[in-house]
Design a protein. Structure first.
Length: 389
């Protein structure tokens, strides 16, 4: 069991601790090869839920380093505060921040907004908590957090390299803070590389997960088995993706998302997009149209067209113009807008039709997008525990 010493400042129930086998909780070190994983019996019935399942709260992280964001740090912090405020209309938000930056984060986010935005002093390096935070798994009466061993997207020694030691420790610290049991995954990856329907089907890109910069020496079959074990997955639908062209090696959450079991939204690059990303979309579409999920259902694919890159604000090469990188909160879809009025309107209509029980809110996130990410990348949900049976 994870024995990280930390005194909780809030008294939170430890859900389902007795329901989880001790062998599944918080191993202290990865095997040298990363090839050995826990058995299915060790993780029981814990399964990664759909993002549309009810949340207790959303986690976010305050952008920490001017060395990463340069002159854009102020703009990205304003974006993060705006995203936090939007989500807090629907559920509580917890913002991680370095101790020396807590006061500023509280000032910009505003304590007590709507359901509340709470800033806590857990050191971090950047805002991408989807990738370095815990990925939760649940079962009736039980919950645990999977630490996916964040290694800075495997970019040490490349032009994408940036500090990540604090981010790498954040999942462990956050889970200890909320007294949630920790499972250390038998693979290296990020939350943005994992997309599930909540019924045992996972979408993932080969380029991100089966990559020597994360899982050296592991075959695709070994990576898949490790993901199945840690996340309670029955079937993985692999799409090729594209390695080496962005910091994530093509995360799935910018490309394809489950709306519900059997229904997927697919990002379609807009006019002016680089041909390499058009090719990724075309190959992904072919895979999804021929795939079946864990229950044998064919997938219904809805395309979500991107904006015209020639019209939108901030057209730098790293700017992520994907509407598909949205976040589903309790009763809401928090999505980007990019300044192409027609495409923004189409995105709103597609998302509202896909999520008829949710309210779609669009935000300008040019600061965040300039760093190659989006709203989904900047958020991580803490799901509610299903009732015990």
């Amino acid at each position: 069991m994870d024995t990280t010493p930390r005194t909780s400042r809030r008294r939170v129930l430890r859900f389902g601790a007795a329901a989880l086998p001790l062998a599944a909780l918080g191993s202290t070190a990865l095997p040298a090869s990363l090839a050995r994983t826990a058995s299915a019996a060790e993780t029981g019935t814990l399964r990664m839920p759909a993002e549309t399942d009810r949340h207790i709260r959303t986690y976010m992280a305050w952008p920490a380093l001017s060395s990463v964001w340069d002159s854009g740090l102020g703009a990205v912090r304003r974006d993060i505060a705006e995203v936090a405020h939007a989500i807090s209309r629907y559920e509580p938000v917890v913002m991680l921040a370095r101790p020396g930056q807590v006061a500023e984060a509280r000032y910009q986010c505003g304590q007590g907004a709507y359901y509340g935005i709470q800033v806590i002093d857990i050191p971090n390096d950047d805002l991408w908590i989807r990738d370095f935070g815990p990925t939760f798994v649940v079962a009736p009466g039980a919950i645990a957090g999977v630490d996916t061993n964040f290694n800075g997207w495997g970019k040490a020694g490349t032009t994408y390299a940036q500090p990540f030691a604090n981010d790498a420790a954040a999942a462990r610290t956050l889970l200890a803070e909320y007294e949630v049991n920790r499972i250390r995954a038998g693979f290296v990856g990020e939350g943005g590389s994992l997309e599930t329907d909540g019924e045992g089907t996972l979408l993932a890109t080969v380029s991100s997960m089966v990559n020597a910069n994360r899982n050296p020496g592991m075959s695709q079959a070994q990576v898949e088995q490790a993901m199945r074990t840690a996340l309670g997955i029955d079937k993985v639908i692999w799409v090729p993706g594209l390695a080496g062209q962005d910091i994530t090696d093509c995360h799935i959450d910018c490309l394809a998302r489950f709306v519900s079991p059997g229904r997927v939204i697919l990002d379609k690059p807009g006019p002016g997009a680089d041909k390499k990303w058009v090719a990724v979309y075309e190959e992904t579409k072919r895979v999804l149209q021929s795939a079946t999920d864990a229950h044998g259902r064919r997938l219904a694919v809805t395309e979500l067209p991107g904006p015209d890159r020639r019209k939108i604000r901030g057209r730098g090469e790293e700017f992520l113009s994907s509407y598909t990188n949205y976040y589903t909160a309790n009763g809401a879809v928090i999505a980007p807008q990019f300044g192409d009025g027609y495409a923004d309107g189409v995105a709103y209509a597609v998302l509202q039709a896909a999520y008829p029980g949710h309210r779609v809110e669009q935000l300008s996130i040019d600061g965040i997008a300039s760093g190659g990410g989006g709203i989904h990348c900047a958020t991580q949900s803490h799901p509610a525990v299903p009732p015990a049976v």
